[in-house]
Ligand binder design. Structure first.
Ligand SMILES: NC(=O)c1ccc[n+]([C@@H]2O[C@H](COP(=O)([O-])OP(=O)(O)OC[C@H]3O[C@@H](n4cnc5c(N)ncnc54)[C@H](O)[C@@H]3O)[C@@H](O)[C@H]2O)c1
Ligand SMILES: O=c1ccn([C@@H]2O[C@H](COP(=O)(O)OP(=O)(O)O[C@H]3O[C@H](CO)[C@@H](O)[C@H](O)[C@H]3O)[C@@H](O)[C@H]2O)c(=O)[nH]1
Length: 428
């Protein structure tokens, strides 16, 4: 079988998933992080992020002797034939991607790489980064490729092992082929291209998804004005295979660690290239408007003024199936409600306690009854499926008001009505 020695730099959602999955495909993987505590935990197969199947895969990789964790780039790259960069590229000044972690990792590895090594950008990076990394490496005996990752949080392992496609870009064709060969066992459609195009595919895909969601949220608002139901409209649209059924669910606005930063980054990329990307600007603005619309909905639900009103929030994570709070629409809405003077108690099944510096606008409780107690309204912000089967009659009994604002259109309206609750959804 085709086995490669692979180094993965960064043990986060993308790095750890890639490392564990590549090991399960038979490769020999060393995964490096700068966080010593994280490395210690991973050596014991303790995974702190919420990803189905990942702890098991990490344990299996370690037990099989195919997966190792080290502190620092230099301890991972010496013997590697392929080095994956999976470090953060957060939103930097003016919205552009901040490449400091990529640059730091490259600086640390440049003199240690064996001739012929392929350095692969798996982090989401602006067009031109492959060329920039090659320049920073300052060597003519190593290669650079771009291999954007499309996994979603909450289904990272499944998405990695069953990708819709694999994209590898390099200006050295042989390097792209060597990278794509690592995934051969997945049998996924594989597209090889130049590095700049591969870098742009990632932004283009994420921004398209964001645009789709902004479109749906804008359409939901129109439905409300016209007395139509967005669920019926999207169902009718989604059967058109050119549109598709997925990513049509209206909500409190899109968030998470990727779509917000990547939309801003692409806007910066376009601006720098002299292109006024109006469609993308509208996509971002529509998302901002969505949170304001939700605040208006909650205010209306409790009679207009939010000052001093006690609200129970259901959900804090940016979507169900994860405990990631980065750029969560729920937190953004909590901040806005707080600014209007509301008192907030929040329950999220994946976030049992307050997270320092992150959940400061709310009191975090670990059972739903506490969030409902004396609340004038409950606001559903994350689409956890278990919220559907809560004992709504019991919750209604402890609430001060009898209103639910369901920003995810998650709950069964008939169940709420039978429990004596008035519900307000989005787009219906
Ligand atoms: N989270 C996702 O769903 C997802 C999906 C596809 C692509 N991406 C992209 O992948 C990249 C990584 O995202 P993530 O969510 O995995 O980030 P993360 O924050 O979960 O993990 C990044 C890890 O890199 C480590 N790190 C930082 N600097 C380092 C260095 N110099 N050397 C070694 N380790 C270092 C951090 O300690 C952290 O453990 C970003 O560019 C992101 O846009 C993310
Ligand atoms: O019908 C939908 C689908 C999603 N969302 C929201 O959109 C945001 C993003 O959701 P999702 O795309 O599932 O989350 P991520 O895990 O951030 O994944 C996105 O970002 C990753 C990082 O770049 C990419 O790899 C993935 O392909 C891309 O889907 C979240 O706030 C969701 O609640 C909706 O409101 N309605």
């Amino acid at each position: 079988m085709f086995v490669r020695r692979v180094a993965v730099i960064g043990a986060g959602y993308v790095g750890l998933t890639s490392a564990a999955c590549l090991a399960s495909l038979g490769h020999q993987v060393v995964c490096a992080d700068i966080d010593e505590k994280k490395v210690e935990q991973l050596r014991r197969a303790e995974v702190q992020i919420f990803e189905p199947g990942l702890p098991e895969l990490v344990g299996e990789g370690i037990a099989a002797g195919r997966l190792e964790f080290v502190v620092g780039v230099r301890n991972a790259v010496r013997d590697a034939e392929v080095v994956f960069l999976c470090v953060p590229t957060p939103m930097g000044e003016g919205g552009a991607a901040d490449l400091k972690a990529v640059e730091a990792a490259v600086a640390e590895m440049k003199d240690l790489l064996a001739p012929g090594t392929v350095v692969v950008n798996k982090s989401t990076v602006p067009v031109g980064t492959a060329a920039r990394v090659l320049e920073l490496l300052g060597r003519d005996d190593v290669f650079v490729a771009s291999n954007p990752e499309f996994l979603r949080e909450g289904s990272a392992v499944k998405d990695f092992m069953h990708p819709d496609r694999i994209v590898v870009g390099s200006d050295a064709q042989n390097a792209a082929e060597r990278v794509s060969a690592l995934y051969a066992r997945l049998g996924a459609p594989t597209v090889l291209m130049d590095a700049a195009s591969a870098e742009l595919v990632k932004y283009s895909a994420n921004c398209f998804l964001a645009m789709k969601l902004s479109y749906v949220n804008a359409m939901a608002e129109l439905c409300e004005r016209l007395g139509a139901d967005i669920a019926n409209v999207t169902e009718g649209m989604g059967f058109d295979q050119r549109i598709g059924q997925s990513f049509l669910q209206p909500g409190p606005g899109w968030g998470g660690s990727c779509l917000p930063k990547d939309t801003h980054a692409l806007l910066q990329i376009a601006e720098a290239a002299g292109h006024d990307f109006e469609l993308l600007t509208a996509t971002i603005n529509t998302n901002e408007k969505q949170s304001r619309l939700i605040i208006g909905k909650v205010a209306n639900a409790v009679g207009g003024d939010l000052k001093g009103r006690k609200l129970g929030l259901l959900g804090l994570a940016f979507k169900a199936g994860t405990n990631d709070l980065r750029d969560s629409p729920a937190l953004k809405i909590a901040k806005m409600l707080k600014a209007e003077g509301a008192e907030l108690v929040a329950y999220d099944p994946a976030i049992p306690q307050a997270v320092e510096g992150v959940t400061g606008d709310v009191t975090v409780v670990d059972d739903v009854q506490q969030a409902a107690k004396d609340a004038e309204a409950l606001v559903v912000l994350t689409e956890w499926p278990q919220f559907r089967s809560l004992d709504w009659a019991a919750l209604a009994g402890t609430m001060a008001g009898q209103v639910v604002v369901d920003t995810r259109n998650l709950l069964d309206v008939d169940v709420l009505t039978r429990a004596g609750l008035t519900s307000h959804g989005v787009g219906r």
